[in-house]
Design a protein. Structure first.
Length: 317
């Protein structure tokens, strides 16, 4: 395996009292053939996904970018992802699949399943408490500890690269979060009391991700969907769908910062406010996942529809 320290190499600045990531420790647990065979580890970067976009043309598929700190980490819908030094996993993988753009959102499910499998491997006693909130939130004890951000680069209607970002709050303690989100954000440590080796989790995520990704390239999402169904915190529950576009849904629109009635959004560091950004809302029941990881919902009038993650946000009652 080839490991490179990028600009702002590890050791160039103080980032945390925790140990910095060790490439050799990641290598010890890594069993992949492609993903992570080249890693670039930063002390500080604006966003590993943004850096992945900048490097995608020159780097091979499977290149992994990691950073101790992100100064402008992002979640879905442009939300800020708080990324302090030395205690979390801020990771992006550069992928170059030959597939049409509409297939790309399925990679969010692939990554989410890989993270769940890795956490089950590291925390077997907590396996039943590890869940997914469709489409991209990782939960432990019902609290958000991580998320997935899938972004693609398209040229001449062809997918040039997909940047698959994973953020995971591992060893963060209450004082590591800004005061305004301490009651909302969580981490593996806060939920279990365990300090974990980030390197092992990183390697296990990449091991599972490569296996599921290669199957995805062969048009086989069966294992991914089985994991996502098994770990779902959403299926079988009443939910609110929030349409971020300007299309009318049920003729009801939320004003900016208006909260949903009786809502219980499971929030983490990516969306600490528990408030909406404005949009159309509609109540439904989450029924199943579709063949590409879409969410099948049933509205109050009995109508069923598949929901695409890029268009809709979801809150659970």
């Amino acid at each position: 395996m080839r490991n490179i320290a990028g600009s702002g190499p590890i050791g160039s600045e103080e980032v945390s009292s925790m140990e910095n990531l060790s490439p050799s420790k990641i290598n010890y647990y890594l069993k992949t053939k492609s993903l992570g065979q080249k890693m670039i580890i930063f002390a500080t970067v604006d966003s590993t996904n943004s850096e992945g976009k900048r490097r995608s043309a020159e780097e091979a598929e499977g290149t992994v970018l990691l950073s101790e700190v992100q100064t402008a980490g992002r979640g879905r819908l442009g939300r800020h992802w708080f990324s302090p030094g030395g205690k979390g996993i801020w990771l992006s993988v550069i992928l170059k699949p030959e597939l049409p753009a509409p297939k790309v959102p399925s990679l969010t499910s692939v990554a989410a399943a890989a993270v769940c499998l890795a956490l089950e491997q590291v925390l077997p006693s907590q396996a039943e408490r590890i869940q997914l909130k469709w489409p991209n939130d990782i939960l432990l004890n019902g609290r958000k500890i991580g998320g997935i951000l899938t972004e693609m680069q398209v040229s001449s209607a062809k997918v040039q690269a997909v940047i698959l970002g994973i953020g995971l709050n591992v060893n963060l303690q209450p004082e590591d979060f800004p005061e305004e989100i301490r009651d909302l954000a969580s981490s593996i440590y806060l939920e279990t009391g365990q300090i974990l080796a980030r390197e092992q989790i990183i390697a296990f995520i990449l091991n599972h991700l490569e296996q599921l990704y290669f199957k995805f390239l062969q048009q086989d999402l069966s294992e991914t969907l089985a994991v996502c169904r098994r770990k779902s915190a959403v299926l079988g529950r009443k939910i609110f769908l929030i349409d971020r576009s300007e299309r009318s849904v049920n003729n009801k629109k939320l004003a900016d910062n208006e909260k949903l009635p009786n809502s219980g959004e499971l929030t983490g560091s990516a969306n600490p406010s528990g408030q909406t950004l404005g949009g159309q809302i509609r109540e439904a029941e989450a029924v199943d996942l579709g063949p590409n990881g879409e969410l099948l919902v049933r509205y109050e009038n009995g109508e069923e529809a598949f929901i695409i993650s890029g268009e809709i946000s979801l809150r659970m009652q």
